[in-house]
Ligand binder design. Structure first.
Ligand code: PGA
Length: 255
């Protein structure tokens, strides 16, 4: 399974950072550094309030816009929530689903991850579905079980055809924002496992075409080594995506 067949996706996850004005400035700074780098898809997943400013700033540029969450109902009495149709209408192409911070602080479950993924795909968004074990699970030797289960539950009811609109991001929770990156071998092992889970469910061809990202303290220094691994087709990057210089080095590493 050569990763050359898959176009890498380098996605920044800004989390709760940057006001709309800061976002606008940042995009012009980032674009200066990444324009002409056509070997990967470049995505910024921004706070909902920043979406209009960022979509405008990215118009006609090679940077695509993502959101950080989506509600699973089409519309209705869900105060504070945002639907998939609202996102697509605003010009959003990607959405992060089931990030560990949402699982940890906002009651996200495998069931709501599945519902959000279905809603996103139905609306034509590309879902970046996050999975990953916590430290205690890694230490207990149950990483494979935990991650396979999360992937299987996230994909319940989705068809092989939907996989072109789904990216799985392997993000070991102990590596997120901690500066402790998984080694390239550890990341590769779990990304390969994820591809196997997809192969079992949808067949080898679909598995071969599915994008599997690594996330968790990916930065300008370690990106090249991680992205060189056969089953790692890009990154979901938090901290380092807030610095245009660092993020552009990661984009360069994916060329
Ligand atoms: P980090 O975050 O790069 O700051 O570790 C990654 C993520 O949460 O997606």
């Amino acid at each position: 399974m050569s990763s050359r067949k898959r176009r890498p996706v380098i996605a920044g996850n800004w989390k709760m950072n940057m006001t709309p004005s800061q976002a606008k400035e940042f995009i012009s700074e980032l674009y200066d550094k990444v324009k002409g780098k056509r070997g990967c898809d470049i995505v910024v997943c921004v706070p909902a309030i920043d979406i209009p400013a960022v979509v405008k700033a990215c118009a006609g540029k090679s940077i695509k816009v993502g959101a950080q969450n989506v509600h699973f109902e089409k519309s209705g009495a869900y105060t504070g929530e945002i639907s998939a149709d609202m996102l697509t209408d605003a010009g959003v192409k990607y959405v992060v689903i089931g990030h560990s911070e949402r699982r940890q602080y906002f009651g996200e479950t495998d069931d709501t991850v599945n519902k959000r993924t279905k809603a996103a795909v139905a609306a034509g968004l590309t879902a970046i579905v996050c999975v990953g074990e916590v430290l205690a699970e890694r230490e207990a030797g149950i990483t494979s079980e935990v991650v396979s289960r999360q992937v299987k539950l996230a994909l319940l009811g989705l068809a092989a055809e939907d996989m072109s609109k789904i990216i799985i991001a392997y993000e070991p929770v102990w590596a997120i924002g901690t500066g402790k990156t998984a080694t390239a071998e550890q990341a590769e092992e779990v990304c390969a496992l994820i591809r196997n889970v997809i192969a079992e469910k949808y067949g080898k061809q679909t598995a071969k075409e599915t994008i599997v990202q690594y996330g968790g303290s990916m930065n300008a220094k370690n990106a090249a080594e991680l992205l060189a691994m056969e089953n790692i087709d890009g990154g979901l990057i938090g901290g380092a995506s807030l610095k245009a210089a660092d993020f552009s080095v990661i984009v360069e590493a994916a060329q």
